[in-house]
Write a protein that binds this ligand. Structure first.
Ligand code: KIV
Length: 275
């Protein structure tokens, strides 16, 4: 009899920080990837709005819609048994005001099946974070590089490089914790700033391009798997080179079909698919 693993909860992440255990987070956008990464033992699967760039072919995350996020959240949840699923709130789904944010975050949980949501910003969105937490929606914050503001900051640049920006980031992190956020992503900031922010709050920080001192790390799955190889951010470690593997396998199949090597006469023509 196989025992189903206990699902990861937001409270487990805080407990991990307290015990000094690191938290492993990856993005996922579909049921197949979710199933594989869940089987690998990942703590959190983030249905990131990086979906827009990784899967949907946009240049930024700005065009991602609630419908996009709902669709991909549903299918990630369908493939997940153990990991905590966090759904990103897309641009303009929460900035207009707390009521609209509650409606949209509620949809990601009720219709999408997510256990929590993530949104970008600190004190600028603190009323929204408070309202979501008040109605029982767990919120992961996101500071540093905010990809939804790419047009305002003029690109995907490193943030919190000046002393006054560091002060702002630390104050935003404290405000998110006070508002009830259960965790905070820190993106593209200097390692020492991430270290200070991690010491400044009691909720876990999850870094991406923010050095080793955060309580956990998140990467975009297609970056760490070498699936998206046109641009590899400098902080990414590629644990596989799946783009090469897929192209090589695809070429071998094309060659086999064209040369009449596949299927072979001895191969069963109508066996049922088992996977
Ligand atoms: O959308 C996303 O994938 C993210 C991570 C990079 C943290 O926000």
């Amino acid at each position: 009899m196989s025992m189903q693993a206990k699902p990861v909860r937001t409270t487990d992440l805080k407990e991990k920080k307290r015990r000094g255990e690191k938290i492993a987070v990856l993005t996922a956008y579909d049921a197949m990837m979710a199933r594989l990464l869940d089987r690998a033992g990942i703590d959190v699967l983030l249905v990131g709005d990086s979906l827009g760039m990784v899967v949907l072919g946009h240049d930024t995350t700005v065009p991602v819609t609630m419908d996009d996020m709902l669709h991909h959240t549903r299918i990630v949840v369908r493939g997940t048994q153990r990991a905590l699923v966090v759904a990103d709130m897309p641009f303009l789904s929460y900035q207009i005001g707390p009521s609209e944010a509650v409606r949209n975050a509620g949809r990601l949980m009720k219709e999408g099946g997510a256990a929590s949501v993530k949104l970008e910003g600190g004190r600028a969105v603190i009323d929204v974070v408070k309202r979501l937490v008040d109605v029982g929606i767990p919120v992961m914050g996101h500071l540093g590089l905010l990809p939804q503001s790419v047009h305002q900051v003029g690109g995907f640049h490193r943030q919190a490089t000046q002393p006054e920006q560091v002060e702002t980031l630390l104050a935003d992190a404290a405000a998110l914790e006070a508002a009830g956020a259960f965790s905070i992503v820190l993106e593209s900031i200097p390692s020492e700033v991430a270290k200070a922010a991690t010491a400044h709050v009691s909720v876990p920080t999850i870094g991406i391009g923010a050095g080793p001192h955060c309580d956990g790390q998140v990467l975009v799955c297609s970056d760490m798997l070498g699936l998206f190889d046109e641009f590899v951010p400098p902080f990414v470690k590629q644990y596989a080179h799946l783009a090469d593997t897929i192209v090589t396998a695809g070429q071998a199949y094309v060659d086999d079909v064209r040369a009449g090597r596949y299927p072979q006469a001895a191969q069963p023509a109508a066996a049922a698919r088992t996977t």
